[in-house]
Design a protein around this ligand. Structure first.
Ligand SMILES: Nc1nc2c(ncn2[C@@H]2O[C@H](COP(=O)(O)OP(=O)(O)OP(=O)(O)O)[C@@H](O)[C@H]2O)c(=O)[nH]1
Ligand SMILES: [Mg+2]
Length: 333
């Protein structure tokens, strides 16, 4: 199951209570107060990690509490602090506070980034802190403070260098499979891909690019036709778009119309998205129908955008495609 949006409730651990006690020892009259402080409650920490591509890890359990701080004890013994709880989420998760009108609290956009989402409460002070010139035997001590409580929404917006955009069956997953070690499912029917997948390509000089494959888009996606718009958030944060166009037209559509309506869908989703640096992969060039269609496509294309003809299945021109993608990416880094 792929989960890219969930809400959770979290609470930092309560602080432990301070202690009121007095030193009682043989031959030490009026030993004075010696109540220890309570320990601090555990924090709830949210951390971005690699290797996760979904929020499924938080799907079944939605409430988290930090451990309570231990109470202070006599003999100046401080209570131990409560343990922190660390929630691991995929890099790219945006955390919002539901009670503050969905204000963004943290964008965990890089692996390793972490933040304290709910602080544990402070421990209460023991009675020895309340000694004064007029009160040498304070019986007062503090209670621990309660931990912070938050109601959070977490939304995963994949972060990748390149986003693949295309109609169902255009060959996006086949392409990602041929380019990278990722093994996304590819099959001759539309909507094979139901969740985004990120693959990594490493060049000989160890330069790496990440490529996100998302479910196919069709005209009207912004009105929730097909799988709708909801996956477009996973290309929103890519730097370069690669339109993957099926040049064979065997699915009964004209490749140029496909390109125009894809651009239109992107624009409907977010104004300006279709202006992002882009390339076109004219796919399925191994099929006979493709050459004629590509000619027609190139003639009608008015945008200043480079077309690279490829066959994802035969790996034709994929090195050239990768080099062009890299150049494009380096021009925006
Ligand atoms: N002849 C030919 N077939 C291809 C090529 N690339 C992909 N295909 C075939 O096209 C079909 C669809 O490929 P997918 O990679 O699943 O397409 P997709 O764009 O990921 O489709 P969705 O996930 O449904 O959006 C599969 O049967 C592939 O084998 C190609 O270069 N040439
Ligand atoms: Mg696919």
């Amino acid at each position: 199951m792929f989960i890219d949006k969930i809400t959770i409730k979290i609470k930092g651990g309560d602080g432990g209570n301070g202690c009121a006690s007095f030193r009682r020892e043989k031959y030490v009259p009026k030993g004075g107060p010696n109540g220890g402080d309570g320990g601090k409650g555990g924090d709830i920490v949210i951390e971005a990690v690699t290797g996760e591509q979904s929020l499924i890890g938080l799907y079944y359990k939605r409430h988290y509490s930090g451990e309570r701080g231990k109470h202070g004890q006599g003999n100046d013994k401080h209570g131990r602090s409560g343990k922190n709880v660390i929630l691991k989420v995929p890099a790219g998760t945006v955390v919002k506070d539901i009670e503050k009108e969905h204000e963004v609290v943290c964008d965990l956009d890089t692996p390793g980034k972490r933040f304290v989402a709910a602080h544990g409460g402070k421990g209460g002070k023991g009675n020895k802190h309340f000694v004064s010139s007029i009160n040498r035997t304070p019986k007062h001590c503090e209670e621990g403070r309660p931990g912070e409580e938050k109601h959070l929404e977490m939304e995963l917006k994949t972060i990748a260098d390149i986003g693949l955009v295309g109609y169902p069956n255009a060959g996006k997953s086949t392409l990602l499979g041929s380019l990278s070690a990722a093994a996304p499912k590819a099959a001759p029917y539309p909507f094979t891909t139901l969740q985004p997948t990120v693959g990594i390509v490493e060049f000989q000089d160890f330069f790496r690019i990440s490529i996100a494959d998302i479910p196919g888009l069709i005209e009207g996606a912004h009105n929730n036709v097909g799988l709708g718009h909801k996956f477009l958030k996973h290309i929103e944060r890519t730097k370069v778009l690669l339109y993957v166009i099926d040049m064979s037209g065997l699915d009964g559509r004209n490749p140029f119309d496909d390109y125009i309506s894809l651009k239109n869908e992107l624009e409907q989703y977010q104004a300006g998205l279709s202006d992002r640096p882009s390339l076109i992969a004219a796919n399925k060039i191994d099929l006979v129908q493709s050459s004629e269609n590509l000619k027609d496509f190139s003639e009608r294309l008015k945008d200043n955008i480079e077309i690279i003809k490829i066959s994802a299945i035969d790996s034709t021109n994929l090195n050239m495609l990768l080099n062009r993608l890299r150049k494009k990416l380096e021009s925006v880094l």
